[in-house]
Design a protein around this ligand. Structure first.
Ligand code: CTP
Ligand code: MG
Length: 227
C-alpha cells in the first residue's frame, strides 16, 4: 500500500497575527511544520510528502525541509486562495501509483505515529477515514438576537481534526464533482458523494494552532511531552 501525504502550509495565518509565517513559528526548538514533517516521514507506508506552501514562505519552507533532511518531500507546490484550492493543487501533484492520499494541516503539529497508522489502516479498509475527538463542551444553537434556540445533544458529536485519509480515486472524484464548495474539511466532499467516512479516535492534544493564545497551549503540550 502506497500513501501520498499532502501537508498544507499555504494559509495566510491571519488570525495568528505573527510576523513569521505560521508554519515557521517555533514551538520549543522546532517549527510548527517540522513536527508534522518528522512524524509523517517516519511512517513507512507514506512514500512521498507533497508540501503545499505559498509564495511568501516557500523559500523558508524549503530550508526547513532540508534542515530536517526530510527526503520523502518529493514536491513543493503552491497553494491557492482557499484551503480547498491548496488541497486540490496538492492532489494534482500526487504520484499516479498512490493508493491512498493523506491530507494534513501543518497547523496541527501534535500528531503521533500511532494516530497516523490507525487512520491509514482504517482508510485502507474502508475507503475514507478521519480523526476526531468527542465534543466536551455544551453546544447550543443561538439565534441572531443572541437567544438560545436549543441545546444540541452532544452524545454523538465529534470534533474533527486532520489527518484525513482517502482512497486516491475517491478523493479525486469528490474534488471533481464537488469543486469549490463550502466544505470546511475534505471528508465533507466525500460525504456529498454519499460515500461513508469512518472516524477514528484522535487526541485532545491534536490542536489547530490558530490564534496567538494557541501558542501558549502548544508550548505547554511540548513541555508536558518532555516531562
Ligand atoms: N491552508 C492552505 N491554503 C489556504 C488556507 C489554509 O494550505 N489557502 C492551510 C494552512 O496553512 C493550515 C491549514 O490549511 O495548515 C488550516 O488552516 P488555518 O488554520 O485556517 O490556517 P490559515 O488559513 O493559515 O490561518 P487564517 O485562516 O487565520 O488565515
Ligand atoms: Mg484559514
Amino acid at each position: 500500500m502506497r500513501v501520498s501525504a499532502i501537508l498544507l502550509a499555504a494559509g495566510k495565518g491571519e488570525r495568528f497575527k505573527s510576523k513569521i509565517s505560521k508554519p515557521l513559528v517555533k514551538i520549543g526548538s522546532l517549527s510548527l511544520i517540522a513536527y508534522s514533517l518528522r512524524i509523517l516521514s517516519g511512517v513507512s507506508s507514506i512514500s512521498e510528502i507533497i508540501v503545499v506552501s505559498n509564495h511568501e514562505n516557500k523559500e523558508a519552507v524549503v530550508l526547513e525541509i532540508r534542515k530536517h533532511r526530510i527526503v520523502k518531500v518529493k514536491k513543493i507546490v503552491l497553494g491557492g486562495k482557499l484551503r480547498q484550492d491548496s488541497v486540490y493543487n496538492g492532489l494534482k501533484a500526487v504520484d499516479a501509483a498512490a493508493d491512498l492520499v493523506l491530507i494534513h494541516d501543518s497547523a496541527r503539529p501534535f500528531i503521533d505515529k500511532k494516530m497516523v497508522l490507525s487512520v491509514i489502516k482504517e482508510a485502507d479498509a474502508f475507503g475514507a477515514a478521519i480523526v476526531g475527538v468527542p465534543v466536551k463542551a455544551t453546544i447550543k444553537k443561538v439565534t441572531s438576537r443572541m437567544v438560545v434556540a436549543k441545546t444540541i445533544d452532544r452524545s454523538d458529536l465529534w470534533e474533527i481534526q486532520t489527518p484525513q485519509v482517502f482512497r486516491k480515486k475517491l478523493i479525486e472524484r469528490a474534488f471533481e464533482k464537488c469543486g469549490r464548495g463550502i466544505a470546511t474539511d475534505d471528508a465533507m466532499l466525500v460525504e456529498k458523494l454519499s460515500e461513508p467516512v469512518s472516524v477514528v479516535l484522535g487526541s485532545y492534544n491534536n490542536i489547530k494552532v490558530t490564534t496567538p493564545e494557541d501558542l501558549v497551549i502548544a508550548q505547554a503540550i511540548v513541555k508536558l511531552s518532555k516531562a
